[in-house]
Design a protein around this ligand. Sequence first.
Ligand SMILES: Cc1cc2nc3c(=O)[nH]c(=O)nc-3n(C[C@H](O)[C@H](O)[C@H](O)COP(=O)(O)OP(=O)(O)OC[C@H]3O[C@@H](n4cnc5c(N)ncnc54)[C@H](O)[C@@H]3O)c2cc1C
Length: 392
Amino acid sequence: MTVELVPTIHPDHRELVESIFSAVEGVLAACPRELYVRRSREKAHAPELWDALVAADLLAIGIPEELGGAGGGLTGCTAVMEALSRAGVPPLQYSLTTFSREAILRHGTERQIKEHVLPTISGQRRFCLGVTEPEAGTNSFASRTVAKATGTGYRISGQKVYISAADEADHILLLARTAGPGEKVGRRSGFGLFVVDMSLPGVELRRLDIEWHAPEYQFEVFFDDVEVPADALIGEEGLGFDNILSCLNQERVVIAAWALGLGEYGLQKAVEYAKVRAPFGTPIGAHQGVQHPLALAKAEMEAARQVMYSAAGEYDSGRDAGAQANMAKLLGSRAALAAVDAAIQTHGGSAFVYETDVITLWPMIRVLQIAPINNESVLNYIGERVLGLPRS
Ligand SMILES: Cc1cc2nc3c(=O)[nH]c(=O)nc-3n(C[C@H](O)[C@H](O)[C@H](O)COP(=O)(O)OP(=O)(O)OC[C@H]3O[C@@H](n4cnc5c(N)ncnc54)[C@H](O)[C@@H]3O)c2cc1C
């Protein structure tokens, strides 16, 4: 690729992004794409990825320096995700853990930060995220998992679905209803955000068989009268929904980085193939029917990338990054989808041979149009919150 990585970044962030792009080299040496894909074909894990992130001190990025972290904010986390994803190894657990600890940093007590956030720096604490439920789906207001106050803590019962890396995480950041049935609650009120130890009695996992080429897996997670202490509650009881919403901009931007990185990875493969594949004697990349979709994908991804780093910068400045963060997720996931689709077309039949590692990109890039938030909901946000159109 001829476009340089760093000059497209705002001058304030260039040095940080540049240093992170160099720091991921060690991670890629420990967990190259080939290992990542091989492990996923074997339905095994790739602990090398997490361990190398820790060894390179990349989990310290995003934690303020005064707490013992390396600073860097969301811009830093975005760069970590983008750099690894560009090499075809998007670290899902990094995304889950950085999101969960953001919620605790914002809403937790000093003690909860010490207990749950600081050990993430050394990789000793790893989170999964429990929001989606089978019935409620996108409409998390309709979640049924309940945390009932017991006097000394809470008793949690219910079920979550599609929970990524639930078997590797030691804790889950869980959204649960705290208002009992029949209690009058507002649409958003009546929820709590809990940190639950996954080894507690009553927590059960069932692995889902999902088309998804990554060494991390999705689970149904069942909570059967799981007893948690009172300080498992993060933030105020009743405000769990608002507390999770306040961190979603962070997630949107990191997901954009994930998608755009993977899109670039696919595009790079397509460009290399188009330079050498020549069924009619000249490389197919010389034909504009092949070249233009790749060029368009490149331009659209570059534009989305600008919005993404601009959203991260807004977030780090403490301004409301909602509009830009949502646009970054939307534009990034769509541009990356077009890039991977063009990569498949360019590869012809060979795209479907697992060995070429092209079709292996498709399920993940397709999922990113739906999870963690579907693009229709992002459009709803832009329509209502940015354009001021009436709510549907
Ligand atoms: C691989 C994978 C990993 C995941 N990891 C996690 C995880 O770690 N933790 C977690 O909590 N969840 C996770 N999820 C769940 C994911 O966030 C949900 O799948 C997603 O939020 C959509 O919910 P749903 O699948 O129930 O779709 P539904 O809510 O049933 O929606 C179906 C479709 O309807 C449309 N739609 C829905 N709502 C609207 C709307 N308001 N306006 C317009 N159109 C709409 C969209 O096209 C959507 O795709 C994961 C999912 C997958 C596939």
